[in-house]
Design a protein around this ligand. Structure first.
Ligand code: MRU
Length: 366
């Protein structure tokens, strides 16, 4: 993997907010590679990672160069393509066995966002349904990964169209973490609703929680909303409740990493706190996510695996120590918001309001 500052060609013109560098793109033909915007360097530097192996993609997902549930799913699909490229000469059975090995490796990279396992599962189903030897399968998988990328962009647009009517004209909308174009192939989920509402002429202020410890809200959400010309204000996470108390928030909208069959939502750590504060102040709390974020095999959010991340993310800031050496650290990357705190789920198939297991199954089940 190496870095470059060349700007990639837009794969989905008209879908990504103007002025925003692409989150990810396949560059070149079948001998090409995956180019990722290195989100760890935003907002100060726009730098791209050139991923040429499955290991490059694994590392990029692990360190959050690419992050956000839908984006890591699509990145992993391309990671699988890269990991299988040296096996193109293999007969069918050997190629498919290797597919399972590379897929398991990539799936283990981050545990909470189910989109990662979902995208790899789609790739596997596609491979098994495709006739031929390694060469034919690999070509078809490469094309299918591009299909998944295009599908993600179109899905996000539809989520935005269903979500836009929920956005008030005037007033404020609070969001947490980054569920925008940078977290998907294009447009985002929660932020898609804001982009479409803005396109429709609504005017509102977006409040972006900074989102400790890795600052996805301050670094990424504020970056992409400002690039798209929306009115965005960053606040410390702890300021959200007092902002609601002051009457400046009319709606909250966030994304999700995994949604259980009953509507419980895992999302970035701190989302649960925001939902509690919204309920206290009578403010609607919306969660926007594609079908690929739902895990209907889990009855409730209690079954969702929560990623624990490195202590240094909490004990250090910009390379400086901010806590005594050796102190204990609690650093879950996600929390679970109970369905009862959620006003509606916004999906590409419509709204689920209020979240309830039977409605979720009817709209999204197999
Ligand atoms: O750790 P991250 O940055 O990958 O966490 C991302 C989030 O929690 C997002 O809100 C979620 O993935 C939704 S992205 C459309």
């Amino acid at each position: 993997m190496h870095t470059s500052d060349a700007h990639p060609t837009l794969a989905s013109p008209g879908l990504h907010p103007a002025g925003l560098p692409e989150t990810l793109a396949w560059v070149g033909g079948s001998e090409g590679h995956l180019r990722l915007l290195d989100q760890t360097r935003l907002p100060s530097e726009v730098v791209f990672l050139e991923c040429k192996t499955a290991e490059d993609v694994w590392n990029a997902i692990r360190v959050l160069s690419v992050r956000g549930a839908p984006a890591i799913g699509v990145a992993a699909a391309f990671g699988l393509v890269l990991g299988l490229r040296p096996n193109r000469e293999q007969p069918r059975a050997a190629f498919l066995a290797h597919l399972d090995t590379v897929s398991a490796y990539l799936r283990g990279c981050r545990p909470t966002a189910v989109n990662l396992a979902w995208a790899l599962g789609e790739m596997r189903l596609h491979a098994f349904a495709t006739p031929g030897n390694g060469a034919a399968l690999w070509l078809s998988l490469w094309q299918f990964a591009q299909h998944l990328a295009a599908q993600d962009a179109a899905t996000c647009r539809r989520i935005g169209e269903f979500g836009a009517p929920l956005i008030p004209d005037g007033g404020g909308v609070l969001t947490h973490c980054n569920a925008g174009a940078l977290a998907t192939v294009a447009y985002g989920t929660a932020l898609a609703a804001l982009y479409v509402a803005h396109e429709q002429g609504k005017r509102f202020r977006v409040y972006a929680d900074e989102t400790r410890p890795l600052l996805q809200g301050a670094r990424l959400t504020a970056f992409e909303l400002a690039a798209a010309g929306l009115d965005v204000t960053v606040l410390c996470d702890h300021a959200a409740a007092s902002l609601m108390q002051s009457g400046q928030v009319q709606a909250v909208i966030v994304g999700a990493d995994r949604i259980a069959a009953n509507g419980d939502v895992a999302n970035k750590i701190g989302t649960y706190t925001v939902a509690l504060a919204a309920q206290r102040h009578g403010i609607p709390f919306y969660v926007a996510a594609p079908r690929s974020t739902f895990d209907l095999s889990l009855a409730t959010g209690a079954g969702i695996p929560i990623e624990q991340r490195a202590a240094e993310e909490v004990t250090h800031f910009a390379g400086l120590s901010t806590a005594p050496a050796g102190v204990g650290v609690y650093n879950p990357a996600f929390d679970v918001t109970p369905a009862e705190l959620i006003t509606a789920l916004v999906t590409e198939r419509g709204l689920i309001q209020p979240p309830a297991a039977d409605v979720i199954r009817t709209l999204l089940g197999p």
